[in-house]
Design a protein around this ligand. Structure first.
Ligand SMILES: [Zn+2]
Length: 119
């Protein structure tokens, strides 16, 4: 069996150990175990890392697009509101899951996990 690239597997929302089972149990909740290889995913915790990257990237993209639109077309404020607010939501939700998967895969690659009392 060929070992998958953990970062690509995490980007696709798959187990970083085998690349087959699902990493998430729901939209952002990490599954307790991989359903394909049984790898313990409960130790994985990405914290606020993915949210920070998503905020920075989405903030840059939407702010740049809104400013560019304002300075070139000068639309009324309601046009900004109906375009940029939903776009911000879509970009953030669209990026959050892949970024969380990549950060969890990076933890797997670097063998980092939360320190526990039973360790
Ligand atoms: Zn697996």
């Amino acid at each position: 069996m060929q070992t998958p690239n953990p970062l690509l597997a995490g980007l696709r929302g798959r187990c970083p150990n085998c690349g087959e089972g699902y990493l998430f149990d729901g939209f952002l909740k990490v599954a307790a175990r991989c359903e394909a290889c049984g790898y313990d995913l409960s130790k994985a915790d990405s914290g606020d890392g993915p949210a920070v990257f998503v905020i920075l990237i989405a903030g840059f993209l939407v702010s740049f697009a809104a400013l560019f639109t304002e300075f070139t077309i000068h639309p009324p404020i309601w046009v900004h509101l109906i375009i940029w607010l939903p776009l911000t939501l879509v970009v953030c939700l669209g990026l959050l899951r892949p970024f969380k998967g990549v950060m969890l895969a990076a933890q797997f690659m670097n063998k980092a996990s939360e320190a526990r009392h039973d360790d």
